[in-house]
Design a protein around this ligand. Structure first.
Ligand code: GUN
Length: 285
């Protein structure tokens, strides 16, 4: 039997329809500002899709593009301006930032109430009802819960320990009462650990890392990897961490790349922006 292929587009559309419904009850369109530093082509593509989706939904979306040479102080001053702007509800600083900029300092400068990326320490450490949860892990959790509503006691394995995905993913799964193991670059036998996983989330960016014989039969496998692999004829393909053709034979459910986690990340960003706008408006009235 082959695994169910989890349709990220379908789940993202359901979430976006809900967000559109919430927008109907707001007196003015929430504003999202995306700050993009430098000229990394992948970051430009991601930011364009975020802003395009925001505008399609009826949010106000603006991009602040800064040169690679921008100083940390100049970037902090752009963030301070956005923090103070009444018409901006959500701020996202696209990562990665150039090496001369201290990413943690920048994340800490974003007003936690506008931190729709959920990367400010206050949001990253608290996943309560009012906090803004990082978009990719939130999207992954929604996909997992579309397959199993109760994660109590499940063994969840997260491969990767980044601040954007791995760490918040593990924290969210723990809050869902799963037993969580996190593996990373120094883990001795990731393959052995993965074989015990009821839920496996891979967020590494190494195409084909997760092989069929790493998978427990009927496990739910979520592939966050999006490596760009050049085609001989030009252009590139997006490839996940999961050796899809092998894993689909063993798992119970698996996300494809593309059209798996990616659309959910953008949909969760829209949901977080509307959540931030509603919370701000409730505080002001
Ligand atoms: N770069 C890649 N993914 C993300 C993300 O989810 N948020 C931010 N800010 N930058 C990213």
């Amino acid at each position: 039997m082959t695994a169910e292929i989890i349709d990220g587009h379908k789940h993202a559309q359901i979430l976006l329809d809900n967000v559109a419904g919430e927008l109907d009850h707001l007196s003015c369109a929430p504003g999202l500002a995306v700050v993009l530093v430098g000229d990394d082509p992948a970051s430009h593509i991601y930011v364009r899709s975020k802003i395009r989706m925001a505008r399609k939904l009826g949010l106000r979306g603006e991009t602040k593009i800064l040169p690679h040479s921008v100083t940390e102080d100049e970037l902090l001053s752009v963030i301070a301006t956005l923090n103070a702007q009444a018409d901006i509800d959500g701020i996202l600083v696209q990562l990665p930032l150039p090496a001369h900029i201290d990413t943690l300092r920048i994340m800490a400068a974003v007003d936690p109430a506008k931190d729709v990326d959920g990367l400010h320490a206050l949001n990253a450490g608290l996943h309560g009802a009012d906090s803004l949860v990082p978009c990719t892990p939130l999207g992954c959790l929604k996909l997992i819960k579309s397959m199993v509503s109760d994660l109590t006691g499940c063994h969840a394995v997260v491969i990767g320990s980044s601040n954007i995905v791995g760490k918040p993913m593990a924290a969210l799964l723990l809050e869902e009462r799963a037993t969580v193991t996190q593996t990373h670059i120094h883990t001795r036998d990731t393959q052995f650990i993965c074989r015990g996983a009821d839920i496996l989330v891979s967020a590494v960016g190494r195409p084909g890392l997760v092989r069929g014989d790493w998978i427990k039969p009927r496990a739910i496998v979520i592939d966050v990897g999006t490596a760009r692999v050049a085609r001989p004829e030009g252009g590139y393909d997006l490839r996940g961490d999961v050796a899809f053709e092998e894993v689909v034979q063993i798992a119970g459910a698996v996300t494809p790349v593309p059209k798996g986690v990616g659309p959910m990340t953008i949909a969760c960003l829209m949901a977080n922006t509307v959540k931030a706008a509603k919370a701000r408006s409730a505080r002001l009235h």
